[in-house]
Design a protein around this ligand. Structure first.
Ligand SMILES: *Cc1c(COP(=O)(O)O)cnc(C)c1O
Length: 490
């Protein structure tokens, strides 16, 4: 279990030193706005005391957390490394270069852009970069202009027509795709003509023949692969073959599973980096860094991605780029591979824990960090299950299952993930116990009725005493695997 628990990676910062740093910092904050100091203290208590199973969350190391709180926040640095629109960016240049270097080395990518403020920003940068690369350059040549500054108003009108008239094919939301992959209410569904590929309704698995058939018919400019709620691995070599056949750019959004790529759990055809033209990610999910985003690209796409600021983004968050550099350095340590493998092994334990107790899982299991429980077998909606579990101190989120009869608001599923609790040190036994506790809650929850007496999709009744019993049992697991051990705020 070498380094699975990240606090062993930060031995240099002894627990006592971290405690006094935070105590003093909170005193300073308290003097200005006590409610914020108090909420910050309470957040630690709450996170320590609940089973965090939200698949997109994690706990960053103290080194990462401390890096975020610096005066790099005070600096404007629009532009790129060495080419800033502001003076005095020599230290930001170091920060951004180090972060990008770690990202390139960690993922084996020719180019890394570490400025995006979040995963969605990374996707917007990627979309506009692909448009710029694929459309803008030939269009400019046709319009007789060398660069965008030479375009007249009517040229712009034409260019907008072209830029806005492009096709994007992504995974549908109810199959596990993300809002930014062409979901209608999202900007990606408005700036592109979009179509979606789903999963096989009988197995819940991606059907590559169906993706290929859709791609041949629709001929997208961009084929997006990646997911937020799909419990299986994706073959990116096959996705690239499909993209190549129809002349599409393959963009992979690895926001959820970047940690499994970094930790070499996903290799070969399952590693998106050698196969995609452009890869986007968050840095705060399985990668265990600060909240933020990143874009990796081939040499071919690098120049257009490098225009992310000012094309899409404003001033980069230099303090966050610094924290990304620290997190990426941590992810390059051998211990991170142990962690990533444990995340995947733990998801298997969790899935087996549910299956052996009679629960139904979308796709029948998992081979990544996500387990998607279909709670309709318990007679519940996702909303009811999510609320009852929260009452018992188990934090999850409701999620659609394929062809969900309860729609995207109430849903029929619960999405759970292993990255956060694995960081705390949970292993096979703990995750089996987590499954047992969750099934206990679900079995003891009854769907409610509306005030008019009709069946309700939202209200529920958790049997007396269950919440307390589950909280006590969870506390045992949590106490054995403390969050930020040694960090005492009072
Ligand atoms: C979480 C996620 C995002 C968005 O990340 P934010 O940092 O919340 O903007 C984008 N794509 C996928 C696939 C995600 O899972």
């Amino acid at each position: 279990m070498e380094c699975t628990n990240l606090w062993r990676m930060t031995d240099a910062l002894s627990a006592g030193k971290i405690s006094s740093s935070y105590r003093q910092a909170l005193e300073v904050i308290e003097a200005i706005e006590p409610r914020i100091a108090e909420a910050t203290r309470q957040e630690l208590i709450d996170q320590r005391g609940s089973l965090k199973l939200i698949a997109s969350e994690n706990y960053a190391s103290p080194a990462v957390l401390l890096t975020m709180g610096s005066w790099f926040s005070d600096k404007y640095a629009e532009g790129t490394i060495g080419h800033r629109f502001y003076a005095g960016c020599q230290n930001v240049d170091i920060v951004e270069s180090v972060a990008a270097e770690h990202a390139r080395e960690l993922f084996g990518a020719p180019y890394a852009y570490v400025q995006p403020h979040s995963g969605i920003d990374a996707n917007l940068v990627a979309f506009w970069s692909i448009l710029a690369h694929r459309i803008e350059s030939p269009a400019l040549a046709e319009l007789g202009a060398k660069n965008v500054n030479e375009l007249s108003d009517s040229d712009w009108e034409q260019l907008r027509g072209r830029l806005g008239n492009q096709r994007l094919l992504g995974m549908s939301l109810d199959a596990g795709g993300h809002l930014t992959h062409g979901f209608r209410p999202n900007i990606s569904g408005k700036m592109f003509h979009q179509q979606q590929y789903g999963t096989d309704p009988s197995t819940g698995l991606l059907d590559y023949d169906l993706v290929a058939a859709k791609a041949r018919e629709f001929r997208p400019l961009i084929l997006v692969a990646g997911y937020s709620a799909y419990p299986r691995r994706v073959n990116f070599a096959t996705m690239r073959e499909i993209a190549d056949e129809v002349g599409a750019t393959l963009m992979v959004d690895m926001a959820h599973f970047a940690g499994l790529v970094a930790g070499k759990v996903f290799t070969g055809d399952e590693d998106p980096v050698p196969h995609a033209h452009v890869v986007t990610t968050t840095t705060h999910k399985s990668l265990r860094g600060p909240r933020g985003g990143m874009v990796l690209a081939t040499e071919e796409y690098a120049p257009s991605v490098d225009r992310g600021c000012p094309m899409v983004l404003g001033g980069p968050l230099s303090h966050m780029m610094a924290a990304k550099a620290v997190a990426l350095a941590e992810a390059r340590q051998p211990g991170f591979r142990t962690y990533a493998q444990q995340v995947a092994d733990n998801a298997k334990s969790l899935a087996e824990g549910f299956l052996s107790r009679g629960a139904t899982l979308v796709t029948g299991g998992t081979d990544n960090h996500i387990v998607l429980v279909d709670v309709s077998g318990f007679g519940l909606t996702g909303r009811q299950a999510e609320s009852a579990l929260l009452d018992a101190g188990v934090v999850t989120n409701r999620n659609s299952v394929p062809a969900d009869p309860n729609g995207a608001w109430y849903t029929s599923g619960i999405r759970i993930g292993t990255p956060a609790l694995t960081t705390r040190g949970f292993g096979h036994e703990e995750f089996d116990r987590v499954a047992e506790l969750m099934v206990d809650v679900l079995r003891n929850t009854q769907p409610g009725v509306t005030s008019a007496g009709a069946p309700s999709k939202a209200t529920y009744a958790l049997a007396d005493g269950v919440a307390d019993r589950i909280r006590a049992a969870s506390a045992e697991l949590l106490d054995k695997n403390p969050l930020y051990p040694g960090l005492e705020l009072s």
